[in-house]
Design a protein around this ligand. Sequence first.
Ligand code: FAD
Length: 284
Amino acid sequence: MNPSNPCFSFEFFPPKTDEGTANLLRTLEDLAPLEPGFVSVTYGAGGSTRDRTIELVTRIKQTTGIEAMAHLTCVGHTREELHDVLQKLKEAKVENVLPLRGDPPQGQKEFVPTPGGFRYASELVNFVREEDFTFCLGGACYPEGHVETASRDDDLRHLKAKVDAGLDFLITQLFFDNAFYFDFVERARRAGINVPIVPGIMPITNYEQVQRFTRLCGATVPMRLGLQLERVKDQPESLVQLGVAHATVQCMELLARGVPGIHFYTLNKSPATRMIVSALRARS
Ligand code: FAD
């Protein structure tokens, strides 16, 4: 990743139907002119999308020519099952993987590791490296601290161990106030974490959705943005315009301060992301 040529990446989740997959592949063709560095495909809660994630990254690589990264979580999997998924990704010539712990299943407060599986993402990273897979590995990190952690210092210590296990880069949880990112990067560098830290940006396109996500992941909505959202919550077009404008301003500041790239949480709604990236490209 080169700060003078920042890498834009787009995240998608695997659609549930064949028609949805066909639509997504068409969307990707539309996005191709924006020259994404890669697109990533999430891994559904509890391993529920295992086959669809593998199939989609494979198809993206084979049909669009865009580099694809597969997310992979420890939830509900033994190490043998995880090995099997990694082997399939390797055979499909997928080169990038995002190993994650995953969230506890709905209704469960604490993460309980599967017998014969892993408790933390760092153990999965270790496993990938010990088994001699040669993937480029990304990892998740949390500028405002992970929701389960008692202290941000502990969180950073755990992150350092995860990076040292063999990560090549990090992608942050979404945030709406860049101050959290800049402060986090500074603390990470002081803690000896030296890999690129790619900011994760989610353009707001839906009021209820942003309420739900921020509740789940603990991201702060700055008061001014919160008031603006409240004002347009029943006007879908104005809400998207506000979301796009806010994310564009965030991205412009991040790029001006030399971030290695920007990862967009598209939620499979690419028009907002396309507007933002087009505006950013037009300025560069
Ligand atoms: P970890 O790095 O294992 O951290 C989890 C918690 O354990 C943290 O609080 C950490 O501080 C703590 N911890 C770590 N090591 C130790 C230790 N040795 N001792 C004590 N505590 C420790 N979820 C999905 O289900 N599918 C996806 O595709 C997906 N993609 C994501 C992509 C990105 C970029 C991000 C930021 C998140 C994504 N998530 C996804 C959500 C993620 O699974 C959750 O945030 C999950 O709760 C933590 O995963 P992790 O890999 O960060 O876990």
